[in-house]
Design a protein around this ligand. Structure first.
Ligand SMILES: Cc1cc2nc3c(=O)[nH]c(=O)nc-3n(C[C@H](O)[C@H](O)[C@H](O)COP(=O)(O)OP(=O)(O)OC[C@H]3O[C@@H](n4cnc5c(N)ncnc54)[C@H](O)[C@@H]3O)c2cc1C
Length: 457
């Protein structure tokens, strides 16, 4: 598995050498994972004057990260000046397509003129290796200590209280009043320490992604882009992920295209392999021309927590907090896939709460409750709660949404636009009847409109 294909950055300092210096109690907080949530927490705490140790298992932040992806920047923008951040392209177009397995596509494209203007709707494609390294550098400049190539293998406890971490370094125990668990979706440390349960299978999606290299001009031409404008294409239906509940995506970077699929791990367990599903998606007539002639440079797989607010674990414990994907903070509402903004927002609130608690010389659970309270009042929990019904509802209606509807739409469009000597009236009636047949008549259509009304409320 390789990283996002970016050249290595400059962040070398400071790193642990083969011998472990005595860091015990030299730090106010230890952060596990220099992803978006961990770095946001480290940066916030360092700005508050705390001594922070940020531990990352990869050789540099971002090297282990798998991502679609579009970085949403409303919170990062508040924390750092993103003018020099290594963005690939701003999102100028979002496109939503329904694909049948017979090669049909029905698409809606959104290209508001306003997205060309700063701040570009706070949506940018990034290569995580480059972006995470740059973001961690901001935390180091604020005073945090970054140590790479160090895997946290467990937490240390004194009774029920977490008092530090164990690492894979020789004599690698490190103690500090607070540990921030920001290890991402594969949260092995938090689970082993009983800080969260292993997520239910229906709350986890598996994702595989490939990166294709193409020259910049070809990308611009194929996606109708100019300058730094980019595109985010989302695909649904049987032609995207077969019988599974999920979708596919294509994102443009400057000189590469990220192509991937994500669907319920349960469907993968029932025999639909991610590799075959991705192959079929990339061969679909709506997708294949976008990557024709491109060189594949990367293949990666990851999981995405999609359980929403109802699956969130306890966020605070005596001596520890859980942030970002480790806390299940990802929104997938079909049209929104957002985790980056939630990771940063949670790291920020956790960092603030820790600084306030340590000012009173406390790090017990009740001293840290400002973190869940502030997160609860932010867009993060509000959005997760708003869409808590979504994943279960689409899974219950999967046959209609992923197979019958894309097929019926394609048939209805073919009928509606059919060029022959029959009247438009007749074609319109036939197209409407085809849609109603798929929806279960007027009654079935009304039931579904009611079921999905919260998409618009
Ligand atoms: C294929 C895919 C596509 C996605 N697309 C989008 C998108 O387009 N937009 C969006 O907003 N979100 C998207 N997401 C979700 C988004 O990537 C996550 O929500 C976000 O990265 C979470 O940030 P995080 O810091 O919590 O975790 P991560 O980014 O996963 O960072 C965790 C860090 O912890 C490190 N780590 C883990 N364990 C240890 C350990 N034991 N010791 C030391 N270090 C450790 C890892 O190496 C990593 O650097 C996508 C996810 C996937 C998988």
């Amino acid at each position: 598995m390789s990283a996002d294909g970016a050249e290595s950055g400059e962040l070398k300092q400071p790193t642990l050498q083969s011998e472990t210096p005595d860091y015990n109690d030299a730090y106010d907080a230890i952060v596990v994972g220099a992803g978006l949530a961990g770095t946001a927490a480290a940066l916030t705490m360092a700005r508050e004057g705390l001594d922070v140790l940020l531990l990352e298992r990869g050789p540099a932040p971002g090297t282990k990260n798998v991502f679609g992806g579009v970085l949403y920047t409303p919170t990062i923008r508040e924390l750092v000046d993103i003018d020099d951040a290594p963005m690939e392209r701003y999102i100028a177009e979002k496109r939503f397509s329904m694909l049948t397995s017979d090669g049909d596509e029905t698409a809606v494209s959104i290209r508001p003129g306003a997205w060309h203007d700063e701040p570009h709707n706070d949506s940018y494609t990034v290569l995580r290796r480059r972006f995470d390294e740059w973001f961690a550098k901001q935390a180091v400049e604020a005073g945090a200590t970054l140590v790479t190539e160090t895997t946290v293998t467990g937490v240390l406890r004194d009774g029920q209280t977490i008092v530090g971490v164990e690492t894979d370094r020789p004599n690698g125990e490190l103690r500090a009043p607070v540990v921030v668990l920001a290890e991402g979706a594969n949260s092995l440390v938090s689970e082993a320490a009983d800080l969260k349960e292993r997520p239910d299978r229906e709350d986890v999606a598996v994702s595989v992604k490939e990166v294709f290299k193409l020259d910049r001009e070809t990308i611009d031409d194929r996606f109708r882009l100019d300058g730094d404008a980019g595109a985010a294409y989302h695909y649904f239906g049987e032609g995207a992920v077969g019988q599974a509940v999920g979708g596919g995506f294509v994102y443009t970077n400057k000189r590469t295209i990220s192509v991937g699929i994500a669907y319920r791990i349960e469907d993968a367990a029932q025999g639909q392999t991610p590799e075959e599903t991705l192959d079929a998606f990339e061969s679909h007539p709506a997708v294949a021309p976008l990557i024709r002639g491109a060189r594949r440079t990367e293949y990666a797989a990851h999981v995405i927590p999609e359980g929403g607010a109802k699956a969130m674990p306890d966020l605070v414990h005596d001596g520890a907090v859980v942030v970002g994907d480790a806390a299940g903070l990802v929104l997938n509402s079909g049209v929104h896939l957002e985790g980056t903004n939630m990771a940063v927002e949670s790291g920020y609130h956790a960092g603030k709460a820790i600084a306030a608690a340590l000012e009173d010389d406390r790090s017990d659970e009740s001293a840290l409750v400002a973190y869940p309270r502030d997160l609860e009042q932010s867009f993060v929990v509000e959005n997760l709660r708003h869409y808590d019904w979504f994943q279960g509802t689409i899974a219950d209606d999967r046959q209609f949404l992923f197979e019958d509807l894309p097929r019926a739409l394609a048939d209805a469009e073919t009928e509606y636009f059919k060029m022959d000597r029959t009247s438009k009236d007749e074609h319109t009636d036939a197209a409407r009847d085809r849609l109603l047949e798929a929806a279960g008549g007027w009654f079935g259509a009304a039931k579904r409109a009611w079921r999905f009304r919260r998409m618009l409320s």
